[in-house]
Write a new protein. Structure first.
Length: 318
């Protein structure tokens, strides 16, 4: 397994992360379609159950290690519990507030990660450039969903706080993944998180959705396959790989693009309205993401110098 580094984003990393965000943006539409025929907790449980099966098959084919020493297994358990919590809070919180508010609060996760990273990751510094770039992207996100913040379900402080806690949990999850770089394979990270989350969400569905109807229509099956195989099995694993290899702050800031893609896909596929204010929000998000992810020449030189020094230290006899 490759050693962890904190290099600036190269064109490949930007393109891959943008592809993942496009996939996750499409996941918003897929979730909406799936919930027409399936209850939320039950569909989420099936989603992560199927994801776990696919990743288990992939791990066997590619000989990815799934069992680790006790300390790493404890990290995997912690990650799985955090992953379950953040997904539960998103589903429960969204049901208790307006969908627009839930989206804005959940995608505040890059803000949390940017603030927490300097205390957890020694190579991640909170610079003025990162700070105002993240702030600009978040302001664009607010503009993007400003027309939906007070529509739909009646917003409640409880629902807002639940979704916000899910965003904080997501930031913590990514920071733990970064700390586990070089020790645990990304496939193993997502596999164990999916196994535990699928089981626990299944228990919750059994307890709270006993009377709910499960209609396995064609659209529901397509939604589950998209969310399980493309959004989770590919998207989560690829994102974990990016977090481990590149700057966690820069990679996570690109997540702001996911709701932008969601808005675009909703406009294209569900004939939702795209207003001038939302277009202004798109510009704000993209501008903020560019500010954070674009690396100056000195940043590249600093990263290369750090990697060279680390390689030299590793080569020295202990």
């Amino acid at each position: 397994m490759e050693r962890s580094v904190d290099r600036p984003l190269d064109p490949f990393a930007v393109l891959l992360t943008s592809l993942i965000c496009a996939i996750w943006g499409g996941a918003f539409v897929a979730i909406k379609i799936g919930l027409w025929d399936l209850p939320p907790l039950g569909s989420a449980a099936m989603r992560f159950g199927l994801t776990a099966v696919v990743l288990l098959i992939w791990a066997r084919i590619t000989h990815v290690p799934l069992l680790y020493p006790q300390r790493e297994m404890q990290v995997l358990l912690l990650l799985a519990l955090v992953f379950f919590y953040l997904n539960l809070m998103v589903y429960v919180g969204t049901a208790r507030t307006a969908s627009g508010r839930a989206t804005v609060f959940f995608y505040s996760q890059p803000v949390f990660l940017t603030m927490l990273a300097p205390f957890v990751l020694p190579n991640e510094r909170l610079t003025a450039r990162k700070g105002w770039g993240v702030g600009l992207a978040f302001l664009g996100l607010v503009l993007l969903f400003s027309t939906k913040i007070n529509t739909g379900h009646s917003p409640t402080q409880l629902g807002d706080l639940l979704v916000l806690s899910g965003a904080l949990a997501s930031a913590v999850y990514n920071l733990i993944i970064k700390r586990a770089a070089g020790k645990i394979h990304p496939v193993a990270l997502i596999l164990w998180s999916s196994v535990v989350t699928g089981i626990l969400l299944g228990v919750c569905s059994w307890e709270f959705e006993r009377d709910a109807s499960f209609l396995f229509s064609t659209r529901a099956i397509v939604s589950l396959l998209y969310l399980s195989l493309i959004s989770a099995a590919f998207g989560f694993v690829a994102f974990a790989w990016l977090i481990q290899r590149y700057s966690a702050t820069r990679v996570t800031t690109l997540v702001f693009l996911a709701p932008v893609f969601g808005i675009v896909f909703g406009w294209l596929l569900l004939h939702e309205t795209l207003t001038p204010l939302q277009l202004l929000g798109v510009i704000g998000v993209c501008s903020g993401v560019y500010v954070v992810t674009s690396s100056r020449e000195w940043s590249v030189r600093q990263s290369v110098a750090s990697e060279t020094l680390a390689d030299t230290q590793i080569a020295l006899p202990q």
